[in-house]
Design a protein around this ligand. Structure first.
Ligand SMILES: [Zn+2]
Length: 205
């Protein structure tokens, strides 16, 4: 699908023979809870100005990335080709396997723990997931909070896993619905936050 390419240096090669088995959904906004700026692009390309916002002083040295970023407008930016390893998950475990960066693709949505996501973000995400599942032997789709519980809260209480399932079905990809691991009813758009199992304390990212 159509994407803007903006290469991040924060990546390396996957170990030979390691397949992409997992897709990790994240949410991020920079500054936190502010949308539309260039902070995320700058963070992922090591160009964040520590003087531009007080929050940036503590994070500008981080060397992090995600493969994809979906803006509130639906714009899709690719920072790292999915064949390579991006640095998005940190200390993490999925199905007993540690270091999820090794075998996952990371997708960041522009968002935060306190506001709903945009409908177009779900539509773009569903299309991206479908394409990735066609290219790689993806077994599961999860959220950062589920593979790093207690350390990360994203994509947060307002991300609707039920809506993501519906978008996949609407795309004609009901075959992928079972790979979406977190629970969520089909009509949970307004109630996603009520089932939120994680303390909201960590920063988005
Ligand atoms: Zn994250």
């Amino acid at each position: 699908m159509k994407s803007t390419q903006l290469q991040s240096p924060n990546c390396d090669e996957r170990e030979a023979g390691t397949a992409v088995a997992l897709i990790v959904i994240h949410a991020i906004s920079l500054p936190p809870e502010r949308f539309g700026g260039d902070g995320v692009e700058r963070l992922f390309t090591n160009r964040l100005d520590p003087g531009a916002h007080p929050y940036y002083a503590g994070i500008h040295q981080l060397r992090v990335s995600a493969h994809y970023f979906i803006r509130r407008s639906g714009e899709l930016i690719e920072f790292v080709a999915p064949e390579k390893r991006a640095w998005h998950a940190g200390v993490s475990t999925w199905r007993g396997r540690e270091r999820c960066n090794d075998f996952s693709v990371g997708i960041e949505l522009e968002g935060c723990d306190s506001l709903p996501f945009e409908p177009v973000q779900y539509a773009v995400l569903a299309g991206l997931l479908a394409g990735l599942c066609d290219r790689f032997p993806v077994e599961g789709v999860s959220g950062h909070s589920y593979i790093a519980p207690g350390r990360k809260t994203d994509p947060g209480p307002f991300f609707s896993w039920g809506r993501l399932r519906r978008e996949l079905t609407a795309l004609g990809r009901a075959d992928l619905v079972a790979r979406i691991e977190p629970a969520g009813a089909a009509d949970d758009d307004d109630r996603a936050a009520m089932r939120w199992p994680f303390p909201v304390a960590a920063r988005p990212g």
